[in-house]
Design a protein around this ligand. Structure first.
Ligand SMILES: Cc1ncc(COP(=O)(O)O)c(C=O)c1O
Length: 387
């Protein structure tokens, strides 16, 4: 069997195709299935990309990213994330955070190594580990614990085969944020057992209602076996431009990663990298404030809509842009999801995020679409749930 045969293609993709097909036939659809920010890219980022094109910055670029961007990212990681020891040479630019995760696991996993992950978890982050030959060890996130990834539970699952603790905060699909106190405990476990930590911080800037983000790397910026992963897709709504990056102090990892980047993408789109540099230098704090004010509005609108029905119990997130709900119907996750998708209402069934999504009868709605779409989708959603 080929290793790709055990990797799932993702039910969300199937739902998206179904919705787009319905739209082509003239039906009204509501895009609550995927996490693609509705915002336009900031004009300063667009201008920098146009300038790069005009100046013919379209040739081969260094494998791990243009030096100006790596330098600026290192500065960002030190000053904003508290990764005090990171320099440009520790940062690699990737084709989105998704590519970063692929590279990360290929560089550290040997066949049969165990990777501890939260369950539920955004599918691809787990598949990338599996693809590298890892055995997945899920930690169920409990609604009664506000879906926090609990260090105590992680500690119980460490074995001699454990290689990595993966974490994601703010979390997709629940929106839960791991508090600093819990991150400290997770860090202590990793240190005690000499484990790698892979920290997916793709939603570090999507925070509202008092939500705050701590980078686990700030707890001990000298720890070499920590790899921090970031994305421009969520922070700057640059999802189609495909820019992400990772940073680690570990020399062996950086050596391996450089080779893998060279053998796969050989550097990501040069124009997008100049745009990414402008995002750091020419986009001010008000971008995040406005974006997050809009997400808060959308979250509250969704919560208000769902208060008019009794089938779904939502968890109110303070980060990321997903509403993770438990349902009390007799149908399984797939049946409820299909029923809604048939009515043009996008969603992601709980079981695509791991076994707890099914056992806890869950379903995810994304509120990264426009506020108007949520307003328009409220009536059909409530009608479907109350029928
Ligand atoms: C937790 C998490 N990590 C990483 C990614 C990948 O982001 P990118 O678009 O940068 O590849 C996503 C995308 O949805 C995500 O939810």
């Amino acid at each position: 069997m080929n290793r790709l045969d055990s990797v799932s293609m993702g039910k969300i993709v199937v739902i998206r195709e179904k919705l787009l097909d319905a739209q082509r036939k003239g039906d009204k659809i509501y895009r609550f299935e995927s996490g693609d920010p509705s915002f336009d890219v900031h004009p300063n980022i667009k201008a920098a990309m146009e300038k790069a094109l005009r100046e013919n910055k379209t040739h081969y670029i260094p494998n791990n990213g243009i030096p100006e961007l790596r330098e600026a990212l290192a500065h960002k990681l030190r000053s904003k994330n508290g990764l005090a020891k990171i320099e440009a040479k520790h940062v690699s630019v990737t084709n989105g955070a998704m590519h970063a995760l692929y590279v990360v696991y290929q560089c550290i996993i040997e066949e049969g190594d165990e990777v501890i992950v939260p369950d539920p978890m955004w599918t691809e982050a787990v598949e990338d580990a599996r693809l590298a030959g890892a055995s997945i060890v899920p930690i169920e996130l409990k609604p009664e614990n506000n879906y926090v990834y609990a260090a105590d539970e992680i500690g119980k699952k460490v074995t001699p085969k454990t290689k990595v603790i993966f974490l994601n905060t703010p979390h997709n699909p629940t929106g839960a944020i791991i508090p600093k106190s819990e991150l400290e405990k997770i860090f202590a476990i990793a240190k005690k057992h000499d484990l790698w930590i892979v920290a997916d911080e793709a939603y570090e800037d999507v925070l509202f209602d008092g939500g705050t983000h701590t980078s686990i790397g700030s707890i001990d910026p000298s720890y070499e076996k920590l790899i921090s992963v970031y994305s421009y897709s969520k922070s700057y709504a640059m999802s189609g431009l495909r820019v992400g990056y990772f940073a680690t102090l570990h020399p062996l990892f950086n050596d391996r990663a450089s080779k893998l980047l060279r053998c796969t993408v050989n550097g990501i789109n040069s124009v997008a990298q100049w745009g990414a540099l402008a995002a750091l230098k020419e986009v001010d704090q008000s971008w995040f404030e406005e974006m997050n004010a809009e997400y808060l509005k959308r979250r509250d609108l969704f919560l208000k809509i769902l208060s008019e029905q009794k089938v779904l119990t939502p968890f109110a997130p303070k980060g990321a842009f997903y509403l993770w709900c438990r349902h009390n119907t007799d149908s399984n996750a797939t049946a409820l999801s299909e029923k809604l998708a048939d009515l043009g209402i996008g969603n992601a069934p709980g079981d695509c995020f791991g076994s707890s999504g099914e056992s806890l009868r869950s379903i995810r709605f994304a509120f990264s679409c426009s506020t108007k779409m949520i307003e328009e989708g409220s009536e059909p959603l409530i009608k479907a749930l109350n029928s």
